[in-house]
Design a protein. Sequence first.
Length: 461
Amino acid sequence: MLKSLLLTFIGLLLFCSSLTSQNKDSLALRKIFDYYLTQSNCYKNLEYLSTKIGGRLSGSPQAAQAVVWAKKAMYEAGADTVYLQPCMVPHWVRGEKEICKTINPYVKQQTHFSICALGGSVATPKTGLQAEVIVVTSFEELEKLGEKNIKGKIVFYNVFFDQKHLHTGSCYGETVKYRWGGATQAAKYGAVATIVRSMSSINNDFPHTGVMGYDTSVCKAKIPCCAISFSGANALIEKLNAFPKLKLHLKMNCQTLADEPSFNVIGEIKGTEKPNEIILAGGHLDAWDNGQGAHDDGAGVVQSIEVLAMYKKQNIKPKHTIRAVAFMNEENGGRGGKAYFADTKKNNLKHIAALESDAGGFSPRGIAVDTTMGAYKTILGWKTLLDPYFLQYINKDGHGADIGYLKDIGVPLIGFEPDGQKYFDYHHTADDTFDKINKRELELSAGVIGSIIYLIDTKGW
């Protein structure tokens, strides 16, 4: 009887202790969100990065300006130290505005279409090129048509998002192969250029750029490739239905220059108990040249910098070293992520977690967590703490491109996932501008990121 009472008493003590801990954590998170919603500089910082610097493709003067700005912003946020980590980056330039128009001898006024060259593409001849267009909806269809039907023509990959997917990232994942490898596959059969339907669900006239690549092991020929806007693609199909032998005049002026030196920007606050163990929050500083890079990925950069400010302005002393990283060259090479990983291995740095935000500045929805070191199970146990802040799900496996290399050395990775339904409306377009950012949504998501970093720091795995 005495033993039973003792066990009951111990159980009650443990239960009360657990409740006390939960209440303490809950109050801490509430204070963190109060900070983000009333004092955060996320919105102000993003306004400067987007509107004063704008598109900042690797190797450009704007990318260099962004490095200087990020270093200053991290110090202003309260970083103890800010490092510039060198990396050589590709330097591709778009040149003069691209031209795509019909050539129809039966129509006096020709139709112009909104296109943009894909990053890494070669240019057309200086005077442009003229050719008939052949439409395909898959690589299998391309192969069936073969050289006799494709040689000397422009291949148009008219591939739509599959609207049955609930997550727009799944739509993008299925279609991006035509952007990346479409030129090489078409060149195999003698095509002179390729056009890809913009990867989006929104019917507007903004073409979506993005990186492409040439696989010279498949085909040595390199042909120009571009994206056409959603509405432009629809209009082109209508023209081709009316005039199957319609020709297009295509002119692109892009070129790849020599690699340029650049930097990742790393700001940190030293841990008080375990300074040699790092918790990382990051986003990528570079952005395509045709827009302002507000959602992709200015939002992730300012959210990561604000983690430092959260600690400093609330006088929270982290146990571990907290790092904010603005990675360079995620868009067209991933050199920043590779440089960070190489430095981590070389200096035997220990990271206990790395989180990346690279899906826009929208309202919080969920996170994806690696199972490494029990991270998924641990964070799942914090679900009730995070529930009030609109975190609807915690899934297994997921991360951003820049931190992905760290998985090879056993670092638990976290991908932050805001509401993605509108992300590909703006992604890689001239419409990715600061006015598309909602201040409250940006700050709510920043609060979730800061809270997760705080919980990892105070509670660990």
